[in-house]
Design a protein around this ligand. Structure first.
Ligand SMILES: [Fe+2]
Length: 285
């Protein structure tokens, strides 16, 4: 088992978070009955809370209070540092070995794309410290990867990670849609006093925790439903049929309903702006 990940003065150089935007994605979390004491996480969290219901039931089948939500057009889940203890080649499993030495925890959620449609067969590779705050750097305890099901869902059975100097409680994860870039990030626990003193903590990565159940939905920077293809451009040199969505320059010549028009002012064409309707843009030839 390893030493601590980020002891003071030994942390590897890690990128700053200045490029991370604060656009609302996660509506944060409220915890009930969790093993760690509740702590107000500050005003930055308060304005990101959602009133919507959760995607996963609580321990008694009742809905959790709030949960991360995916809204069409929202920003993707933010990236965070990988840290020094990622190990490739983890076993494929939803139950992390070594999870019997700490507080039981089940994390569930959905992996979405930018249009909030679930992503099937997305890869999630988790790794974390044990309850004593140590990483296994010689084996694969508390390391494992899995794939989302046909509805984009994942389930991770593990333990609550322990604290180690310089960091709050966190779970590392890499998430990747098929043939798409890897998102490396971390998940955090609400109500942990060390959150406020952790330079990498971000409330947008808070799980929604209730007892031994936690939820978190990822939004990957993956385009979905790109829409209909753009109209074909007119043939070069002008003389083609007028189409919507094309940028015309003054002097371009088009045909429309059997008539020929000359563009007299550059513009991007739109449905409703057909040449006969806009004499300011087109002159009948
Ligand atoms: Fe870590």
């Amino acid at each position: 088992m390893s030493t601590h990940e980020d002891p003071a003065g030994q942390r590897p150089a890690e990128p700053p978070q200045a490029g991370i935007t604060r656009k609302t994605l996660l509506k944060a979390a409220v915890v009930t009955g969790f093993a760690v004491p509740l702590l107000g996480t500050g005003t930055a969290m308060a304005d990101e809370r959602s009133t919507k219901s959760t995607t996963a039931p609580g321990p008694n089948g009742s809905p959790l209070a709030v949960t991360p939500q995916c809204h069409d057009g929202d920003a993707p889940t933010i990236a965070e540092i990988e840290g020094p203890y990622f190990e490739p080649g983890s076993p494929q499993t939803t139950v992390l070995q070594g999870s019997d030495n700490g507080t039981h925890l089940v994390v569930t959620g959905v992996v979405y794309g930018l249009s909030c449609q679930p992503i099937a067969n997305a890869l999630l590779d988790f790794w974390q410290a044990d309850s004593g705050g140590n990483y296994d750097n010689t084996g694969y305890n508390l390391r494992g990867h899995q794939y989302t099901d046909s509805q984009g869902r994942y389930t991770l059975t593990t333990i609550v990670p322990g604290l180690y100097p310089g960091r709050t409680k966190h779970i590392h994860v890499k998430v990747q849609a098929p043939n798409q870039p890897i998102l490396t990030t971390q998940l955090y626990f609400p109500g942990v006093p060390q959150n406020s003193g952790d330079a990498y903590y971000d409330s947008r990565l808070l799980m929604n925790v209730s007892g031994s159940n936690a939820t978190y939905d990822f939004v990957l920077d993956v385009q979905q439903n790109p829409g209909p293809p753009p109209p074909p451009p007119p043939p070069p040199g002008g003389g083609g049929t007028w189409v919507a969505g094309h940028t015309y320059a003054a002097g371009d010549v088009v045909t429309y309903n059997g008539s020929t028009y000359v563009c007299i002012q550059g513009h991007t064409s739109m449905t409703g702006w057909e040449p006969p309707n806009v004499p300011a843009l087109w002159r009948l030839q």
